[in-house]
Design a protein around this ligand. Sequence first.
Ligand code: GAR
Length: 212
Amino acid sequence: MTRYLIAPALPSQPYPFNPPLKLGILASGSGSNMEAIARAIADGELNASIQALIYNNPEAGVAERAKRLDIPAVLLNHRVFESRETLDKHIIQTLQKYQVEWVIMAGWMRRVTQVLINAFPNRILNIHPSLLPSFPGMRAVEQALAAGVKLSGCTVHFVELAVDSGPIVIQAAVPVLPDDTPKTLQARIQVQEHRIFPAAIALAAAEAYSET
Ligand code: GAR
């Protein structure tokens, strides 16, 4: 799998997937990454369709975005499921109902289990706001600031069981400025996230289909 150490040059032409990739988005937050993917599709930069959004937090801003973007949205509140595996089984059923082929974790703040991974082998991508393997887990931006690193960034990777682990597809680096706060650094990282996530989906799918 291709790895980049700095903000990569992204493909100028979309990969001509036929039929278009069928994406299912998992999100817990504001949904800016989902919207960036939707915009890349609308602009012809990513040959895909967002079949459905699954979100776990009733308050998440991503639900409003889905409504505005006309994306079917399903709330699966993790609090009502007895285990992570049970939640993942419901996620799988929902994704299958919407004929999803690729699972895109765009700010999904739940640990996934082997149940979900087995249902979509090598077809789950996650975005994380650090240069993995540095600073996995929660509050990655705060972790980077506390460590005093001068360079941070974001990573899109295939999902394996350990949190924020798995083969890296694309990374983009972002400088940490002396007066950065979590908010300012996160904002600069998100500019790069919105750029690399659609490209990473296309790259991962192009490589997956060229291997079959
Ligand atoms: C993104 O910055 C993403 O990297 C992070 O959540 C944010 C969601 O933003 N994900 C993680 O921390 C996963 N470990 P968004 O809701 O605006 O797309």
